[in-house]
Write a protein that binds this ligand. Sequence first.
Ligand SMILES: NC(=O)c1ccc[n+]([C@@H]2O[C@H](COP(=O)([O-])OP(=O)(O)OC[C@H]3O[C@@H](n4cnc5c(N)ncnc54)[C@H](OP(=O)(O)O)[C@@H]3O)[C@@H](O)[C@H]2O)c1
Length: 188
Amino acid sequence: MIGFIGLGLMGSRMARNLLESGYELIVHNRTKEKAAPLLEAGAKWANSPKEAAEQADVLFTMLAHPKAVEAAAFGENGFLHHLSPEKLWVDCSTVDPSFTRQMAEEARKRGIHFLDAPVSGSVIPAEKGELVFFVGGDPKDLKKVEPVECHGESDPLSRRKWQRNSHEACRESNARSFNGSFRGGCCA
Ligand SMILES: NC(=O)c1ccc[n+]([C@@H]2O[C@H](COP(=O)([O-])OP(=O)(O)OC[C@H]3O[C@@H](n4cnc5c(N)ncnc54)[C@H](OP(=O)(O)O)[C@@H]3O)[C@@H](O)[C@H]2O)c1
C-alpha cells in the first residue's frame, strides 16, 4: 500500500498517476475536499497522517514547505511516530537542505528509511508523469521506488544521470526522470 500526504496541485496529479497505474493508495490532505476526485477513483481516505502511516508500506509527502511537512510529521496525529521501522518515507516537498537533514535524522532515529526527492517540473509534467526527481538517500531505498517498465512505458532507466548533490544527508544522489514512476511503476 502506498500512502500519499499532500494533494495540492502537484501531489494530486502524482497520486492519480500511481492510482491509475494500479497501486493501492491511501491518501490524506489537510483539506479533505481536495481528495474527493481521488477517492472517487478508488483511493482510500486516511483521517490523519497517522492513519496513512499505519497502513502504508511507502509514504510519499508532497507538501508546501517545511512548516507543512513538520505539521504532517509531528503535529497531532502526525505520521512520523506511526511509521514502523524499516518503512520508507519519500519527501517530494521542496524544502531547504538543513530541514531535509533534520528529517533524515528524525527518520533514522526511528529506523525509518528516508529519501529526499524534490521535483523539477510543474503541473503538466506532474500530470504526464514527466517530473524529474532529485533524489538523495540510500541507493537501496531508491531501488524500492525506482521506475520500472512493467506498465509498458519506455525504460526510464536508460536516461539515468547520476550526479552529486549538496544535501549532506544524502550518501548519494541522482537526478532522474520518473517518467515511469509517477505514471507507471513505483515499486514498493
Ligand atoms: N506547483 C509547481 O509547479 C511546483 C513545481 C515544482 C515543485 N513544487 C513544490 O512541490 C510542493 C507542493 O507544491 P504544490 O504546487 O502542490 O502546492 P499546493 O498546491 O499549494 O499544495 C500544498 C500542499 O501542502 C499542504 N499544506 C500546506 N500547509 C500545510 C500545513 N500547515 N499543514 C498541512 N498541510 C499543509 C496543502 O494542504 P491544503 O490542501 O489543506 O491547503 C497541500 O496539500 C512545494 O514544495 C512546491 O515548492 C511545485
